[in-house]
Design a binder for this molecule. Structure first.
Ligand SMILES: [Zn+2]
Ligand SMILES: [Zn+2]
Length: 203
């Protein structure tokens, strides 16, 4: 990060754990072969000139795909960041209980012949509200909401494949996380190779 006074930049600060997910708790197509632990971290500072795949005006995301058996040493106590941009960028420590749900995409993202059926399902289940598409909250997998912009597709910068939603960090009273204007920070990844660069988007 550049600094107004010192051209060498400001001192590095510890990244903050955002989510740790075990494969056994959330099996699904997003797990690469041999990997059973996903760790999502972020720098709790907005960077002036973030890398292209990061969202503007947001914490800067990093991800680690690991084998749980390789994690034999834990950092205790966790290092605290020496600087952070917003209180909402410091998630409250908590444990997560996995809940498996079916998430449907935004109607426009479906082939035209499937849209009437989805519309029926929304009416049948929602009591006037849509409670089955683009489910709100922090989630692994599922579909992104598009209530501010037209639906977008991010092509993988390495191979051109359309990226899919891997994880959503939602603004939430329980975790204390606030991103954007009570928004979601979404991580899109390449479905063909988890090592291809991911894309983060604030919505
Ligand atoms: Zn940073
Ligand atoms: Zn790719």
């Amino acid at each position: 990060m550049p600094d107004e006074v010192n051209p060498a930049g400001v001192p590095a600060t510890a990244m903050v754990p955002v989510a740790q997910i075990y494969r056994r708790d959330a099996p699904g197509p997003w797990w690469p072969a041999g990997i059973d632990l996903l760790q999502i971290l972020w720098c709790p500072n907005e960077h002036w000139d973030p890398p292209a795949q990061q969202a503007d005006a947001s914490p800067v995301i990093d991800m680690r795909w690991r084998r749980a058996a390789d994690v034999t040493r834990q950092l205790t106590p966790l290092p605290s960041p020496t600087r952070y941009g917003e209180d909402g960028y410091l998630p409250q420590p908590c444990s997560v209980t996995a809940e498996h749900v079916t998430d449907f995409p935004f109607r426009e993202a479906l082939p035209p012949e499937l849209r009437p059926r989805l519309e029926e399902l929304v009416h049948e289940t929602g009591d006037g509200r849509d409670v089955i598409t683009r489910l709100a909250g922090s989630k692994l997998g599922g579909w992104p909401t598009w209530h501010l912009t037209h639906p977008a597709v991010f092509p993988c910068g390495d191979c051109g494949t359309a990226m899919t939603l891997l994880f959503t960090v939602a603004s939430d009273d329980e975790t204390g996380v606030v991103v954007g204007r009570w928004g979601d920070l979404r991580i899109f990844t390449c479905p063909t190779d988890h090592r291809h660069a991911f894309q983060v988007d604030l919505h």
